[in-house]
Design a protein around this ligand. Structure first.
Ligand code: ADP
Length: 623
């Protein structure tokens, strides 16, 4: 019998789990029951289409058996079971995807800051970390020194026994089991240091935990071979809203969707009509680790009259709301409808549309009445909303435009575009934005000086998709978006006049500098946007420098260049110096021109083509 190692990342997280994260250790029972129920769902669903599965609905059950003497708690189900490979795959790794790359250091730092209460866990980095994985089964190790899983897959004669004492690894060997299903035995830890694991062996305690967390489970949960199931078996979403507390909803969410933190919002409603259905929708408060990767699969659970028929029905959720978890239960759907048929189903499309509206409405409500919560939520999923604005040629822009937030330079906090527009002073024609890595860096950019000087606010775009999203919107409330580094910042007539005169006066100087810089720039002008700074780099035409940066990271985007314009501040002392050099020392003027250009690159956060000659130039001026 070979001893096997947990996959490395599982090992670390398991360690973290066992030794920390939860003070609410009791949730292990909810997790195991939820897995048992899922396993029965799988088999039950198969029985609908596969004549080889001959169990009737009444036969399914989950058993909890307590043994004080042996100090064991056992959870058994007669669901689909697992074969040897299944045990390996499902219980040997926590996250099934290889995308986890946390350094030891990071884990240690995160683990150092532990919450004292699960319900406040939303703010703890360690819980956020652990919360990103489906760690349901592993929670057994919070209360156990040893766990065995005896499982026999439906349709197979051979059973297997999985066994582990925690981080050190696990083993699997062939075993006997009279019927299909899974039997998980927890050998509870010894009571010590105020921790009383023995309490889980008390029938009243187990009973109240089942009631508390697993009441809605659709299959009977039988405690110690009793006559009556402990749970009511009424699906939570079938209960009426006023029967349910926030705790009920949150507990259900966490066990059903394997999250460790409370959701940001919950929507529960029933529609009666051409297509009738009940929906229970949740907005997570944190993004699953794979959310922004291709592995992430969107979709809602689909039930036909209480029976699960599809786990992730993608048609029910638009991409821009792909973060929503939840379920839809409809009496109008047929049970043995195939996946392909469902994909083209008009009923589903109709439901999807009304679900989209509901989610939008809920997000608006949150934005208006629970701003802080919305902002937290937005940190996790705002990017998805902005992708939504941008993708499909902006076909969802109307729907999403009031849900996105950008950092306001003046107010130093995230604002909606609507809020920005409402605060625009008289005379301001455009909505201004600037692209930068962070709001702090944006505030330093010289291009912002004039616009800010006029008392106009500037939206700060910090993510790659931002500028593309705004371009897709073009305008809000008929006010166009303008980059403060872009071609047309909306100058007043006097400003235009002044700029024209200054350009005219310095025509030869500007032409000389332009020539000295060669094809590095498309033009050199006198600036109308600078205040204190001598120089900045802007762009001409639709493609901005920020967009160039984004596109150049893409596989075929390397050749796309924004038309760069070097803008000089004619009121700056450096400009005066250049004017005199134009008369006295043109070689030196060339050096100045290159230096200013490089400074502009640095300010923009663009790479400097030739740092060595930049350094040489500075040295030549120093000596
Ligand atoms: P999750 O439930 O989030 O996938 P778990 O760690 O709880 O994560 O379980 C991992 C996998 O192990 C499940 O997805 C399921 O395939 C399998 N599994 C767990 N418990 C059972 C069970 N009682 N019967 C059959 N399969 C199970």
């Amino acid at each position: 019998m070979a001893r096997r190692q947990f996959k490395t990342e599982s090992k670390r997280i398991l360690d973290l789990m066992i030794n920390s994260v939860y003070t609410h250790k009791e949730i292990f029972l909810r997790e195991l029951i939820s897995n048992a129920s899922d396993a029965i769902d799988k088999l039950y669903f198969r029985s609908l289409t596969d004549d080889a599965v001959t169990l009737s609905k009444e036969e399914y059950r989950i058993d909890i058996t307590l043994d004080k003497e042996a100090r064991t708690l056992r959870v058994s189900d007669n669901g689909c079971g697992m074969d040897e490979a299944g045990l390996n795959e499902n219980l040997g790794v926590i996250a099934h995807s290889g995308t986890l790359q946390f350094s030891e250091q990071e884990l240690r730092e995160r683990a150092g800051n532990l919450p004292d209460d699960e319900t406040h866990a939303g703010h703890s980095p360690s819980v956020r970390l652990v919360g990103q994985f489906g760690v349901g089964f592993y929670s057994a190790f919070m209360v156990s020194k040893r766990v065995t899983v005896l499982s026999r897959a439906y349709g197979s004669e051979q059973a297997y026994l999985w066994e582990s004492e925690g981080v050190e690894g696990y083993s699997i060997k062939a075993a006997d089991k009279p019927s299909h299903g899974t039997e998980i035995t927890l050998y509870l830890k010894d009571d010590a240091d105020g921790e009383t694991y023995g309490e889980f062996l008390e029938a009243y305690r187990a009973q109240s935990l089942i009631k508390k967390y697993s009441d809605y489970i659709r299959y009977p949960i039988i405690l110690d071979g009793g006559e009556e199931p402990v749970n009511s078996m009424i699906p939570l979403w079938r209960k009426s809203k006023n029967e349910l507390s926030a705790d009920d909803y949150n507990g259900f969410y966490k066990s059903k969707f394997h999250d460790f933190t409370d959701p940001a919002f919950t929507v529960h409603y029933t529609v009666e009509g051409a297509v009738s259905y009940t929906a229970l929708l949740y907005g997570p408060s944190q993004a699953p680790f794979n959310f922004y990767s291709r592995d992430y699969e969107k979709g809602l659970q689909l039930y036909a009259n209480g029976v699960l028929i599809m786990d992730k029905c993608a048609e029910l959720l638009p991409d821009h709301f792909s973060f929503v978890r939840g379920l839809v239960d409809s009496p109008d759907l047929s049970l043995n409808i195939s996946r392909e048929m469902l994909q083209h189903d008009r009923q589903l499309k109709a439901m999807g549309k009304s679900i989209e509206k509901k989610i939008k409405g809920e997000l608006e409500r949150l934005l208006e009445h629970e701003r802080e919560k919305y902002e937290e939520f937005y940190k996790a999923f705002g990017l998805q909303l902005k992708y939504g604005l941008y993708s499909g040629y902006g076909q969802n822009a109307e729907l999403l435009k009031d849900l996105v937030l950008f950092h306001s330079l003046a107010e130093e906090k995230p604002v909606t575009i609507k809020e920005y527009v409402e605060k625009m002073p008289e005379g301001q024609q455009h909505i201004y934005y600037i692209c930068a890595e962070t709001p702090a860096k944006a505030a330093l950019l010289p291009q912002t000086e004039r616009v800010r000087g006029k008392g106009y606010d500037i939206l700060c775009l910090t993510e790659d998709v931002d500028e593309f999203a705004l371009k897709m919107l073009r305008a809000y409330d008929e006010k166009e978006f303008r980059s403060v580094s872009g071609e047309d910042v909306g100058l007043t007539d006097e400003e235009k006049e002044e700029q024209k005169t200054k350009s005219e006066e310095n025509k030869d100087l500007l032409a000389f500098i332009n020539e000295a810089l060669g094809d590095k720039v498309n033009g050199v002008t006198v600036s109308a946007r600078l205040g204190r700074h001598p120089v900045c780099l802007t762009s001409e035409g639709d493609l901005t420098i920020e967009m160039e940066k984004v596109l150049s990271q893409m596989p075929h985007g390397g050749d796309i260049k924004a038309k760069r314009v070097l803008e000089l501040n004619a009121n700056h002392a450096v400009f005066a110096a250049m004017r005199s050099l134009f008369v006295t020392d043109r070689e030196k003027l060339k050096v100045y021109a290159n230096l200013l250009y490089t400074q502009a690159l640095l300010i923009e956060g663009l790479p400097v083509d030739d740092p060595v000659s930049f350094s040489d130039d500075i040295c030549s001026l120093m000596v």
